[in-house]
Structures are given as C-alpha cells and as structure tokens.
Design a protein. Structure first.
Length: 601
C-alpha cells in the first residue's frame, strides 16, 4: 500500500514537473518574442508608434493566451473528475413520517425510507440484492442450520457518540419479541433465542430455516435511548420522530407547514457512521399528499427526484432529457387473489379457469405499465430465476376457450344482455355472473382493473371495480378479507418463503394468505422447504409447490413490475439493480454524488 502511494506521488510529481517545464519554456518564448519586437523596433515600447504598439501587444496577447491554453490543456489531460463531498438531494415522497422506529416502521413507506438511511442492521443488501456485512464483521451458520453466530465490527458508535454493542442487538430483538410493544414484525422473530457469548451474538432457532439470514438486515435500536420507554408509551413517545441511529445519515431538522403538519425532513451526514462516508451532505424528503403533487414539485424544480412514479405518469415529467429513470427489479408480483369464501360462484374451478383465459396480460403490461413489467405464471417472480419454475404451463389468453368453459359450466346469456347467468341451486332464480374486484388507487393498478373489466365483459362477466387509497384498502378490506377478488402485490424476498402467503394458518390478518387458500399438501411442502438446508433440494420442492398452487387457481398471476425512480441527472452514482423492497434503493447511498473535483490521474 505504501509502495502504491509512493508510485502515485511520483507520478503526480512527474506530471507537475512536466507542466512546469512547458510553462517555463513558454515563458522563455514570450521573453524572446518581446526581445525580438524591441530589437526590431530598436527603441523602447513607450517610443513605439501606435501601430507598432498594437502589433506588439497583440503578439504578446497571443503568446499569453497560448501559455494559458497549454497549461489548461495539460491540467485537463493529466487529471480526472472524481466525486467530492457536498450538495443536497431533495426527494418527493407521498405520505408523512409517523414512526421512524425499526419496530414500528414496516407499515409506512415514508418511515421505512427514513429508517433505512438512519439505522443499520447486522447485514445489508447491495444494489444487486446480495447480502453484505453492515454492523457485523462476520457470521457463521452451524451445519444443522439452527445456529447463527455474528461478530460485530470494532469501535461502532451511535450518532450521539455512545458505543454500539451486542447489548443493543439483544435489546432490539427482545423488544420486538415482546407482544406488549405491538411491533409490526413481531411474528417474524418468534421462536428465535438470542444471546451473547464471548462478544459474539448467537441466534438459536428451534428448527432450520435458511431464509432467516435475511432477517438480520433488521435495523438495530439504541438501548440507551429506548430502554426506559414503557410498552404503553412505545407508539406515543416523541422519540419516534427523534431517532438516534448508526446509519449514514441522521435527522438535522423537520419543517412544518401552517397547519402544523410536517412538510419536510432534512437529514445530514452522520460523521460517526462506520461505513464509507456519503458524498452528499444532506438529503431532504419533501412530503406530499399524492403522486400528482410530487410530480408538480419535480416539474417546478423544488425537488430533484421522486421516490416512485407509475409508468403511466412518465409523460407528465417535463424536461425528460434532464432526468434518469432508474429501474429496480423487485422479488414480488401482482395477482388477482380469488376469495372463494366470499362468493360461491368462485368455488367453481371452471369459472376461475375461464377468468384466467379471459385475462389479456400482454395488454395490461402494454397499456397500464407501458412495457415496464414482465408476465409471470406462478407466485415466484422471474427475477428469482433459480427458484422460478419454467416448466409450468401458462394459462394463455384465449377468449374462445373462456367462453366455452363458461358455457359448459352452465353460464349462458339467455336474455341477451351480454352478461351470463345461471341458477346456483335447483329452484332458484338465475344469478348474474357478476363479481367485484378491489384494488389500490394507484395509476397502474387502477388502469389494470379497468382493462380487466373490459376484457372479462367480452366473456360475458360483469366485473365491478372498487379502488381505494392503499392504507384504507389494507385496513378496511384486506385485513378482514372483505373481498371476492383483490388485485394486489406481494413481496416474497430474495430467498422466497411462501409460508406467510400460502400456508393455511395465514388466512387471517396479520397473515398474508390473501386467497384464504388451504391445502394440506401445500402446507407439507412449505414446512419441508423451510427446514431444508440443502439448496438444490429446497429449490426442487419450491418448484413443486409452485406447480401445485398454480394448478388449483387460487389466484391469477399477472406480472412483476419494476420500481421506477426518476432522479435529476445532476445526482450521479445511482446504480440500477435488484432490491428487496423500495427503501433499498438507498442501498449504496454512499456512492451517490452531486459535487466533483479534479485530481491528478
């Protein structure tokens, strides 16, 4: 390293010496030139006539200009532009911060974004979705897959200068495992024992669970800040908006509007951060009520980026030549989740199959996502290529087959109104083939639902669409499973664990089995996959599980879409890649930069 530094200094010295030689030579030329002028004139400059003075001065000006040009050219050709510290990045986000607290932040996108910049976990993701050390220096996994041993880096500090230790890790896990604190990730950490042994942090699992390692990206909380907060006050304390973390940034200030609501939050570089110090000095989040307001803020140049934009809104961005539309693929998918328990019509597999054949996914991807999405045929997105089952027979768009399936099942349009009907039981009046689909008030999803309604109408199905703001949809409809059909998305993670999404005990909230799917064979496979430590065997079982789920049609799997992140071109160093969740767009924030400087090459 020392030799490399000496070589660098020697090279820099040689370049400087070369520049000095050129400048000296140019100076000599200038002196000789002036001497020539004076000698030729055979009298001092002040005695030259105006014409001679003009030409002498012009000649001197040309020589001086050449001197400067040569020097500048040499400087530019022997130096390079590199990132420098400084600058402020301003981002528009929809929503408001409530809990900048790792134990409570998972239900709010704004909170999760800020937590990702302010806190650190034992491990983190890079921009390609790979696990890398963060607070941890190293880790080991026992042969039976039940024990994980982490060693912390040395000299870790919280942003207030207090040492960060293994005690903080233990405190964080114990707090989340305590039901009194009502953490949104309480279930994730059940059945995990955590202890300290010889400065190592040991996680002991009751049974092998390979995806557990990804849980250790959990941001760690400072014990000295939170240990005296009672559970009853945990969600109410001002500390939720006064975070003390160990990440690359820390809170500098909040700004409020005239109504007293937080309008922006400014983060500044954390000088105690254990990783590479970020180049960008400040990050300011500006909070808006809607994506339209965020776009207006970008177009008025009051922000430099938007946390997310629907493909349908790209055309609304002015000066598109001055923006980079970064694209992040995510391990998630969108599907129409079918709740048979809410409508007996959906209990008929032939109806579910007909609906799948009546769905033109290509049109949805083209018209609702402008091509920024990819078709899928299973509950595993294709970005997780080694887990995705390519042998599953897709259900193609086939309107003729959809109509035939419904006809064969007794659904006919006898009255000619364009909607099929059928008596569900003997002696009853005919029931229209009419269904209701809920989805979020989101550009892409709303447009997708409208397209679905038109597509299914061609098969004789009346689809009523209800759109709601995402939070309201989750609280009022999804939590109680009060829907027949739900167009929604799920994130399965980089090491997909389908337990929360398809296991029979997860049909009620906080479980995420949105189709209320129950199948004992699927349950057995999920249990085997979770316990299997041999990756090849785990993948084979996961592919078998995909095939089973798809065969029963509890959902119509549609597509995976990319996260589109528009940022002004002056903000450099952002790398597109694969992220597990939207806050991980900041995975390599330390490499982003606005300011530059020149150094000798």
């Amino acid at each position: 390293m020392e030799q490399s530094q000496n070589n660098y200094e020697s090279k820099g010295s040689r370049i400087k010496n070369n520049i000095y030689k050129v400048l000296s030579k140019t100076k000599e030329v200038l002196i000789v030139s002036w001497s020539f002028v004076f000698t030729k004139a055979k009298r001092p400059f002040k005695k030259l006539n105006p014409r001679e003075k003009f030409w002498a001065s012009l000649f001197a000006f040309i020589i001086a200009g050449s001197l400067i040009a040569v020097g500048v050219q040499l400087y530019i050709s022997n130096t390079k532009n590199v990132p420098a510290q400084g600058g402020e990045y301003r981002e528009a986000v929809v929503g408001l911060p409530r809990f900048i607290n790792p134990a409570l932040s998972f239900i709010n996108d704004v909170d999760r974004d800020m937590v990702r910049l302010i806190y650190s976990g034992l491990l983190a993701y890079d921009v390609n979705g790979n696990l890398i050390p963060d607070l941890a220096q190293s880790f080991e996994i026992s042969d039976d897959g039940k024990e994980y041993i982490f060693t912390l880096k040395e000299n870790l500090l919280w942003e207030d200068g207090i040492p960060l230790t293994a005690e903080d890790v233990i405190f964080t896990i114990n707090l989340i495992q305590d039901a009194q604190y009502s953490s949104s990730i309480y279930q994730v950490w059940q059945g995990v024992d955590v202890s300290i042994e010889e400065n190592n942090i040991i996680f002991q699992l009751s049974s092998a669970y390979p995806p557990f390692i990804y849980n250790t990206t959990l941001p760690i909380m400072p014990k000295h800040i939170w240990e005296n907060v009672l559970p009853i006050n945990f969600a109410l304390t001002d500390l939720n908006l006064q975070p003390i973390g160990s990440g690359p940034y820390k809170i500098e200030k909040f700004t409020k509007d005239n109504s007293g609501l937080i309008s922006s939050a400014t983060l500044e570089r954390n000088e105690f951060y254990h990783g590479p110090k970020p180049y960008i000095s400040r990050i300011t989040f500006k909070f808006f009520n809607s994506s339209q307001d965020a776009i207006k803020a970008y177009n008025s140049k009051s922000v430099d980026g938007i946390s997310f934009i629907s493909p349908l809104n790209i055309e609304e961005i002015k000066d598109r030549n001055g923006v980079n539309f970064h694209k992040f693929n995510m391990p998630g998918y969108f599907a129409i989740f079918i709740n048979e328990n809410r409508n007996p019509i959906l209990e008929e597999k032939s109806v579910r199959e007909a609906l799948a054949h009546a769905t033109n996914r290509d049109q949805i991807i083209s018209d609702a996502y402008l091509g920024h999405a990819e078709k899928i045929d299973s509950p595993i997105p294709k970005v997780l290529s080694k887990y995705y089952n390519n042998d599953i027979d897709p259900i193609p768009y086939d309107l003729g087959k959809a109509r035939a399936l419904l006809e064969d099942a007794g659904w006919k349009d006898d009255n000619g109104d364009g909607i099929r009907e059928k008596a569900l039981n003997d002696g009853e009046d005919a029931t229209n083939l009419e269904l209701t689909l809920y989805t979020a008030e989101n550009g892409g999803l709303k447009k997708s639902a409208e397209l679905l309604a038109a597509q299914w109408k061609n098969a004789g199905v009346q689809l009523n669409v209800v759109t709601m703001e995402t939070t309201e949809l989750q609280q009022s409809i999804i939590r109680s499973r009060s829907y027949e059909l739900l167009l929604f998305g799920q994130i399965v993670g980089m090491e997909p664990d389908l337990f929360p999404y398809w296991y029979s005990t997860q049909t009620s909230s906080p479980g995420l089995n949105l189709s209320e799917y129950e199948n004992s064979d699927a349950d057995d496979l999920i249990e085997e996959i979770r316990a299997e430590t041999n990756e090849a065997q785990r993948i084979e079982k996961l592919k078998e599980l995909q095939k089973l789920i798809v065969s029963e049609l509890p959902a119509i799997f549609l597509f995976s879409s990319a996260h589109i992140y528009p940022v002004q071109k002056g903000v450099q160093g952002i790398m597109d890649g694969v992220i597990t969740d939207t806050p991980w767009r900041f995975a390599e924030i330390s490499k982003w930069f606005i300011e530059t400087k020149r150094i000798f090459d």
